[in-house]
Design a protein around this ligand. Structure first.
Ligand code: GLY
Length: 338
């Protein structure tokens, strides 16, 4: 299955196919120097598979985890390319989750003012979200994605077979992003998820493709997040606040963060499928202090002039943007978690 992303001269294809990683050299132009950026948790066989198809491959392996998304690691990738004599005709490939993709993409955006970038996302979360749309970045002093650029990939390979090596917890995090986009934009996909589930679904590639298609259409309409693309922040405003003050994973925080943004009847439907996918819908251990969550949410970079744009759902398949004050956000949060 091929999903085209139409962005004029920056258009590209997303190939979704079991076993596609083994065909990377047919799908990407790897007949040149290739900087492969991956992390310590990605199975080595994925890297080796890709390296085998490159004319010259150079490895950039970093410690897995968001803590590695630093300016220093970004510079290490650039330095390695410089030492190996990479030119503007060479390229970078990310093989890994969102951290690998964001950092490799940012290195590709900056090295010699921009070289080709390809992405092979290996987590469900990066397959359905961060690999699509060209956002690249690193964190600085604990502020996420504060230094970055829009740099669209030249191609993306989504190989559902690589999901077999994901832990159930990591897999569940990806389902949160699928449920997010379906709840906002696609009644049919949401209904399918209600009926069939995502984990263990033998036709999961169809669900991934549907979610990726939705995201591609959003990016085509609003590449630089001036309007519509903000819909992808559904669940992320409070989610980022929760993430900043708990040890929960990103997808788990999005799961919790979506609930206060819905009308009660919608919330119940979303809750049911989140729970079935193994995502939290309440705090099972010590709940964070609400004040700390809200403070962190308001400190998010999207906070502007005392209010923050939130995405709200009155019905499945449609959404609205609403500016919320700190007080409103607290009220929403306490309604569900108080
Ligand atoms: N992850 C949200 C976006 O790509 O805009």
């Amino acid at each position: 299955m091929i999903i085209p992303v139409g962005l004029g001269k920056d258009s590209y294809d997303i190939v979704i196919e079991r076993g596609a990683l083994g065909k990377a050299a047919e799908i990407f132009d790897l007949d040149r120097k290739v900087m492969i950026v991956t992390d310590s948790q990605v199975p080595e066989k994925y890297y080796l598979n890709l390296a085998a198809g490159c004319k010259v491959s150079v490895a950039g392996i970093f410690q897995a985890g968001e803590a590695s998304k630093t300016p220093q690691n970004f510079l290490n990738i650039c330095k390695k390319m410089m030492r190996e004599g990479f030119s503007r005709k060479d390229c970078v490939v990310a093989v890994g989750g969102g951290v690998a993709g964001d950092m490799a993409g940012f290195a590709a955006a900056c090295y010699m003012r921009g070289i080709d970038f390809y992405n092979v996302p290996t987590t469900l979360l990066s397959q359905v979200d961060s690999s699509v749309g060209g956002k690249t970045a690193v964190d600085l002093d604990g502020v996420k994605n504060i230094i970055g650029a829009f740099h669209q990939p030249r191609g993306v390979i989504i190989d559902p077979d690589v999901l077999e090596t994901l832990s159930p917890r990591q897999f569940a995090c990806g389902t949160a992003e699928i449920i997010k986009i379906a709840a906002c934009m696609d009644v049919e996909l949401f209904g399918r998820i209600e009926r069939e589930g995502i984990a263990g679904n033998p036709r999961i590639e169809e669900i991934i493709a549907a979610a990726v298609t939705l995201k591609a259409r959003v990016v085509e309409e609003d590449e630089k997040e001036k309007g519509l693309r903000r819909v992808l922040n559904f669940g992320h405003t409070l989610g980022h606040g929760i993430e900043a003050v708990t040890g929960l994973y990103h997808g788990e925080c999005v799961s919790l963060g979506m609930l206060p943004m819905c009308r009660p009847a919608v919330r119940e439907r979303i809750k049911k499928i989140l729970e079935r996918e193994g995502l939290p819908v309440r705090f099972s251990e010590a709940a964070p202090e609400p004040e700390k969550v809200i403070e962190a949410a308001m400190h998010d970079k999207k906070a502007e002039g005392g209010s923050i744009v939130t995405v709200r759902l009155d019905d499945i398949g449609s959404f609205k943007f609403e500016a919320a004050s700190e007080e409103q956000l607290m009220k929403d949060y306490l309604e569900v978690f108080g």
